[in-house]
Design a protein around this ligand. Structure first.
Ligand SMILES: C[S@@+](CC[C@H](N)C(=O)[O-])C[C@H]1O[C@@H](n2cnc3c(N)ncnc32)[C@H](O)[C@@H]1O
Ligand code: SF4
Length: 375
């Protein structure tokens, strides 16, 4: 039987899923928000600051206007207690680089001991410091995403400004090595690659490189942009590798449905305990309350959350905030096999300026392609 990751068929969590699903469906039938049960999936922001400057990321571009900071262990524990035992999956990231917060392994440990499935996403630059790798493995982290958007230092640095591919790769390889040495099954290591104009020629080499660098799998997540200029500058040429489609002069996300389950199934807690509907409310435009100072029921059933749900059911998504959201997106993650098929048909040759200069990467585009490498 298929179950979302982190879920087990125990009476408590199962009953919560039944209540949440039923109230989500009923809300749409009655066209007013009915809320039973509590979020089973939670995102928490260990820190809102970052060591890199990725240009399409609000924190990387230094565009956020809300107060920035680091989540304390006390805030983490209080918020988690407040949310309750219904939480089964915890994503430890939002804006910012989670590994800067030295309490990250302890946060993982606390959640893991409560039987919660834990995940994080990192730019990987700090993995080799403060014994972080062993601490994360021992804490029981289930899944880690390494954001790697280039297979050579030349293409990598175009988006991950301030990062160094060699350092990130060494971190991922060391994690794989230590995981094997400690005979641990977790964390599952994901190399996440965003297709953009400057890296699209790398698709045929992704599978082989990820394997060589220690990842268990490659995930291809379509890139989000905010402006026409970014659309023109960064999005890959192939329509299939974009989450947007042109509608006249406008561009819209390709969606299979317009509603949003997140307002019933999940929630987001920022570094200071502030609760917002999801990670797309980057600047706390729709602040619902604070998970440290307010009882979670008063937030979850409060007028602000209900007004947001009512708007969704009766008028549709919020114009700006929901524009880029991945909920209901047809092309959020593109399976690697599918991507490789596109690549065989359409991928342009490696541009001269993206050819690696360092001898360590000199053979990268000579690698056998995915047809010879499977993992
Ligand atoms: C804001 S980052 C925070 C976590 C960490 N600093 C990192 O980069 O992995 C959250 C996620 O957004 C991804 N991301 C960054 N820029 C993006 C973009 N333009 N479109 C879609 N995802 C993006 C990152 O790769 C990461 O998985
Ligand atoms: S590393 Fe992550 S948080 Fe930092 S700027 Fe890049 S995408 Fe944003």
């Amino acid at each position: 039987m298929f179950l979302p990751r982190g879920f087990t068929l125990r009476p408590g969590p199962t009953w919560n899923i039944v209540k949440v699903s039923a109230s989500y469906a009923l809300s749409h039938v009655l066209r007013r928000p009915i809320v039973w049960g509590r979020p089973m999936s939670l995102m928490m922001e260990p820190i809102s600051r970052c060591n890199l400057q990725c240009p399409l990321c609000p924190i990387g571009a230094r565009e956020l206007t809300r107060k920035l900071g680091t989540m304390t262990l006390d805030t983490f524990k209080r918020a988690l207690d407040n949310l309750g035992p219904q939480v089964r999956v915890l994503a430890l990231w939002n804006q910012g680089e989670p590994t800067i917060n030295d309490d990250l392994p302890e946060m993982v440990r606390i959640a893991h001991e409560r039987g919660i499935y834990t995940m994080t996403s990192t730019n990987g630059m700090l993995m080799l410091r403060r014994n972080l790798i062993d601490r994360l493995i021992e804490a029981g982290l289930d899944e880690i995403i390494f954001s790697i958007d280039g297979l050579t230092p030349e293409s990598y640095q175009i988006y991950r400004i301030g990062g160094h591919l060699e350092v990130v790769v060494e971190g991922m390889q060391t994690l794989r090595k230590r995981r094997d040495e400690l005979k641990s099954k977790t964390p599952r290591i994901i190399m996440q690659w965003l297709p953009m104009k400057h890296n699209q020629h790398e698709i045929p080499y992704l599978r082989a490189k990820a394997k060589q660098w220690g990842a268990d799998t490659v995930e291809i997540k379509t890139a989000q942009v905010y402006t026409q200029q970014q659309y023109d500058d960064y999005l890959p040429d192939m329509e299939a590798l974009r989450r947007y489609e042109k509608k006249g002069q406008r561009w819209e996300t390709k969606r299979t449905y317009q509603s949003c389950k997140r307002l019933w199934f999940s929630t987001m807690v920022d570094w200071n305990g502030n609760v917002v509907p999801c990670c797309f409310d980057k600047d706390e435009e729709f602040l619902m309350g604070n998970a440290v100072t307010d009882g979670f029921d008063s937030i979850w059933h409060g007028e602000k959350y209900q007004a947001f749900r009512r708007q969704l059911i009766t008028k549709g998504r919020m114009e700006e905030m929901c524009r880029n959201c991945t909920e209901g997106l047809r092309s959020y993650y593109i399976p690697l096999d599918k991507l490789e098929k596109f690549a065989e048909a359409e991928i342009p040759p490696v541009p001269e300026e993206n050819k690696p200069k360092s001898k360590d990467y000199a053979d990268i585009f000579d690698l056998p392609t995915h047809n010879q490498h499977t993992n």
